[in-house]
Design a protein around this ligand. Structure first.
Ligand code: NDP
Length: 445
C-alpha cells in the first residue's frame, strides 16, 4: 500500500473500532490504489481518499413495533448515505439479526464503486435493521416495515436516496415500505424505492437481475478462458433472490446446478436443482431446504460441513459476507475450479481470494459481478421517470449489455494499470476513477 494511503487506512482503523467488515472492504480497495495514485496525484491533493473513508451521513434510529402477542419490540434502523458525487444514494436495505453499523458501512462503501461501474449516475448507500423477519407473521413484518419507514421517509426521495431490497427484504417488504411512504408524504412518488411490484412501478427482470447478471459475468469469464457453461458443474450458495435466479440462468446456458444452501445446511441434488420446487419452498412457503430435500428422491440435505466441500468447476457464492474461507478455496481449487463470480457482497474471505489468485482461478469480486441488481434498479428509476414500461426482453438485453460492459471495463483497466486479468484491480480502479473525478470537480464537500 502507498505510504499516504497506509496513513489514511491507519486513521480509518482507529476511527472505526469493532467494524471488521468495513475495514476489510476499505483495505481491499486501498490495496489496489498504488498505480492510481502514482499516475493521478490530484487524487491526493483533492483529498479523495480521505473523503471516501468517511460516509457523507450515517443515520441511526429506533424502530419500535408491537408483535402478535402484544409485546413491544425495539429494533435498530440504519441508513448510511455514503457518497452522492455520481447521483442519488442508491443501495438496498438488509433485515437480518447480524446487521450492525459496520456491516452497513461495508456494504455502502462497496456500493459506491459498484454503482460507478454501472455507468448509470447513481451514488452509494445502504441501510437496514437487526430485525429478523424469519418466523414472523405477515402482520408483524408489515408493522415493522411501517415503523421503519415512519423514520426513514424523511431522509429519502427519488432525487435524494433510493433504497431497494437485500437480504431479508424482497417484494413483500418493499410493498409495505412503499405503502407507508406513500401514506406519509401523500404522493405516489414511484421513484423513491426500487424492486417494486410490477403493477405499481416495478421493472420486469429486476427480481432476476442480480442472479442473471452474475451469471452473464461468469459466462464472460469462461469465454475468456475459451470455455462455456455447457455441461459444467456449478455450486451456488444461498437460496434466496440472488441464488435462485443465478441458478435459473445457469440452467438456461446449459450448466448443471448441483447444490444450493441456506443457514441450516446445503442440499445436493443428483438430478440438478429443481427450480420450480426451490421457488415453491423459498418464495412461496418461506421454508427451509429440509423441505426441498424431503420432496425430492434425488436430493439430500447436508447439515454439517460446507457446500464448498463439493467439487465444482464454477462457484457462485450468493449468500452472505465471508462465507467462503481459505480452506474452502483450497478444496475447490483441488477439485478443478475454474471460475468464481461473487453474487453476494464480499462472500470470499481475503485468504480465499488470495488462494484463487495464486492458483490462477478467474475471480470476479461482487462489486463487479453482482452489479446487475443495482443497474436494473437504475433502469426501474428510468422507467418510473419517463412513466414507461419496458418488456422483459428489452430489460434483460440492457442488463446483459451492462454486465458485458462492466466485465470488459474491468479487464481493460486491469491491463492498463499493470495487472492483466485481475478483475479486483480492474473493478476497484475503474470504479474509483469516475467517483474520484466527480469528487474533485465538485470541490471539497
Ligand atoms: P435473500 O434474503 O433473498 O437470501 C439470502 C440467502 O442467503 C438465504 O438463503 C439465506 O439463508 C442465506 N444466508 C443469509 N445469511 C446467511 C448466513 N449468515 N449464513 C448462511 N446463509 C445465510 O438475500 P439476497 O439473495 O437478496 O442476497 C444475497 C447476497 O447478495 C447478499 O450478500 C446481498 O448483499 C447480495 N446482493 C443482493 C442483491 C439483490 O438484488 N438482492 C444485489 C447485490 C448483491 P437463510 O434463509 O437460512 O437465512
Amino acid at each position: 500500500m502507498h505510504r499516504h494511503v497506509e496513513e489514511i487506512f491507519a486513521l480509518v482503523t482507529r476511527r472505526n473500532p469493532g467494524e471488521p467488515e468495513f475495514l476489510q472492504a476499505v483495505e481491499e480497495v486501498f490495496g489496489s490504489l498504488d498505480p492510481v495514485v502514482e499516475r493521478h496525484p490530484w487524487i491526493f491533493t483533492s483529498g479523495v481518499i480521505e473523503r471516501l473513508a468517511e460516509p457523507e451521513r450515517q443515520i441511526l434510529f429506533r424502530v419500535p413495533w408491537v408483535d402478535d402477542s402484544g409485546t413491544v419490540q425495539v429494533n435498530r434502523g440504519f441508513r448510511v448515505e455514503y457518497n452522492s458525487a455520481l447521483g442519488p444514494y442508491k443501495g438496498g436495505l438488509r433485515f437480518h439479526p447480524s446487521v450492525n453499523l459496520g456491516i452497513i458501512k461495508f456494504l455502502g462503501f462497496e456500493q459506491i464503486f459498484k454503482n460507478s461501474l454501472t455507468g448509470l449516475g447513481i451514488g452509494g448507500g445502504k441501510g437496514g435493521s437487526d430485525f429478523d423477519p424469519r418466523g414472523r407473521s405477515e402482520g408483524e413484518v408489515m408493522r415493522f416495515c411501517q415503523s421503519f419507514m415512519t423514520e426513514l421517509y424523511r431522509h429519502i426521495g427519488p432525487s435524494t436516496d433510493v433504497p431497494a431490497g437485500d437480504i431479508g427484504v424482497g417484494g413483500r417488504e418493499i410493498g409495505f415500505l412503499f405503502g407507508q411512504y406513500r401514506r406519509i408524504v401523500g404522493r405516489h412518488e414511484t421513484g423513491v424505492l426500487t424492486g417494486k411490484g410490477l403493477d405499481w412501478g416495478g421493472s420486469l427482470a429486476r427480481k432476476e437481475a442480480t442472479g442473471y447478471g452474475a451469471v452473464f459475468f461468469a459466462r464472460e469469464q469462461l469465454r475468456r478462458l475459451g470455455l462455456t457453461f455447457e455441461g459444467r458443474r456449478v455450486t451456488i450458495s444461498g437460496s434466496g433472490n440472488v441464488a435462485i435466479y443465478a441458478a435459473e440462468k445457469v440452467f438456461q446456458l446449459g450448466g448443471f446446478v448441483q447444490a444450493v444452501s441456506d443457514s441450516s445446511g446445503y442440499v445436493v441434488d443428483d438430478d440438478g436443482i429443481d427450480l420450480a420446487l426451490l421457488r415453491q419452498v423459498k418464495e412461496v412457503e418461506r421454508g427451509r431446504l429440509a423441505s426441498y430435500a424431503s420432496r425430492r428422491a434425488s436430493a439430500r440435505l447436508v447439515t454439517g460441513g460446507s457446500i464448498w466441500d463439493l467439487p465444482a468447476s464454477v462457484a457462485l457464492p450468493c449468500a452472505t459476507q465471508n462465507e467462503l474461507s481459505g480452506s474452502a478455496a483450497a478444496s475447490l481449487i483441488g477439485s478443478g475450479l475454474r471460475v468464481v463470480a461473487e453474487g453476494a457482497n464480499m462472500p470470499c474471505t481475503p485468504e480465499a481470494v488470495a488462494a484463487f489468485l495464486e492458483a490462477g482461478v478467474s475471480f470476479a469480486p461482487g462489486k463487479a459481478a453482482n452489479a446487475g441488481g443495482v443497474a436494473t434498479s437504475a433502469l426501474e428509476m428510468q422507467q418510473n421517470a419517463s412513466r414507461s414500461c419496458w418488456t422483459f426482453a428489452q430489460t434483460e438485453a440492457r442488463l446483459e449489455e451492462i454486465m458485458v460492459g462492466i466485465h470488459d471495463q474491468c479487464l481493460a483497466t486491469a491491463e492498463e494499470y499493470g495487472s492483466p486479468g485481475n478483475y479486483i484491480v480492474g473493478a476497484n480502479i475503474a470504479g474509483l476513477l469516475k467517483v474520484a473525478r466527480a469528487m474533485a470537480e465538485q470541490g471539497i464537500v
